[in-house]
Design a protein around this ligand. Structure first.
Ligand SMILES: [Zn+2]
Length: 362
């Protein structure tokens, strides 16, 4: 199902490190150890597992789905890359620790000199942002791509919030529109528990982008202005469970893709819909999350529409295991082709032993 060969790159406005050629032996799974935020115990002050990205990779390696050598190393988005969407005014504001403390919801950051905030918090987020942009191009080339981080859907060109400092989804789409021939329409399917007001504000009144958003209607951000950008709004109640949720997701993703056929689907696969999440307020099981991801990949890949997945919110201790299990399930279902790429890598690579069943996340 993968589409071989890059499409022609359009003449670009600035030269970027994020669109360099990737060897065909690499899987379109993007990650860097630099994603993980760990320093001086501050990460414990935010109600999240700030090392979840590295754990997803560890689990995928344990299952022999990937190796260090066959995934794509994310690069940090440079200032020029960020300026494709962000205003200089906004990027300058991030030079104030208090602004970053507010955006990331880690109050003690305000006491740190900005060079440390840049190095320990913003650089990881910029690397994840670079990863989403890279994965966008890979999705077009290969038919699918997964950035193990990213999904900062509360950030727009001029405003961050809710842990989101850079608008990686908007950036990935704008890069594709500007640089890749034949990509002029995108659909965002945002299934994080929160409303994706960042990309919604960025694409208000932009008919090239179709947004479907399913979220808990009672929680942050409740951005009524941004909601005008949503073509398919699925507002959920407290404690929504698997049957209702999965039925709505399937109905609306099919509807969305039938209504407009995009050149790329950007899937914001937040796992804060998980039962017990302190922020999401929904009650979806690990199996429900795995099924949800399968539904979205089936809908996109069945129509041969390239899909880019980012992992977004969800930071419980068991979240990383569920994300890894979901990627394993996608591979078992033939919706991503991890084993194909390994075979192409040649005889020096040991054939992968794929586990046939999804190991339980709980
Ligand atoms: Zn969220």
């Amino acid at each position: 199902m993968s589409q071989k060969g890059s499409r022609q790159e359009k003449t670009s406005s600035h030269s970027t490190e994020l669109y360099t050629e990737v060897p065909s032996t690499c899987l379109p799974i993007v990650y860097s150890p630099d994603y993980n935020i760990t320093f001086m115990g501050f990460e414990k002050l935010h109600p999240f597992d700030a090392g979840k990205w590295g754990k997803v990779i560890r689990f995928l390696k344990e299952e022999q789905l990937i190796t260090d050598g066959n995934i794509v190393a994310a690069r940090e988005a440079a200032e020029e890359d960020l300026l494709v969407v962000h205003t200089r005014r906004y990027l300058n504001k991030l030079k104030w620790s208090i602004v970053v403390a507010t955006i990331t919801e880690i109050p003690p950051l305000l006491f740190l000199p900005n060079f440390l905030v840049q190095r320990k918090v913003l650089r990881p987020l910029r690397t994840q942002t670079g990863g989403t942009i890279m994965a966008g191009k890979l999705a077009i080339d290969r038919g699918w791509a997964i950035n193990v981080g990213g999904g900062f859907h509360h950030c727009s060109s001029d405003k961050g919030g809710g842990f989101c400092a850079y608008a990686d989804i908007t950036l990935a789409i704008k890069f594709l529109f500007e640089r890749v021939e034949g990509v002029s329409k995108a659909t965002i399917i945002d299934l994080d528990a929160h409303q994706g007001n960042g990309h919604e504000r960025d694409f208000l009144d932009d008919n090239r982008v179709y947004i479907m958003d399913a979220y808990n209607r009672y929680i942050y951000p409740g951005d009524g202005y941004a909601k005008r950008a949503i073509k398919r709004k699925v507002e959920l109640d407290w404690g929504t469970e698997d049957p209702e949720y999965l039925q709505k997701v399937e109905l609306h993703v099919e509807g969305a893709l039938n209504e407009m056929r995009p050149d790329i689907v950007v899937y914001n696969a937040g796992t804060d819909i998980l039962d017990g999440d302190p922020l999401g307020g929904l009650a979806i099981s690990p199996q429900g999350i795995i099924k949800r991801d399968e539904i979205i990949f089936k809908a996109a890949r069945g129509r041969q529409i390239p899909i880019l997945m980012v992992t977004s919110g969800g930071y419980q201790k068991r979240t990383a295991r569920i994300i890894a299990d979901s990627i394993i399930n996608l591979n078992n279902q033939g919706l991503v082709d991890c084993d194909c790429a390994a075979r192409e890598a040649g005889p020096s690579h040991v054939p992968l032993m794929m586990s046939q069943s999804v190991s339980a996340g709980t």
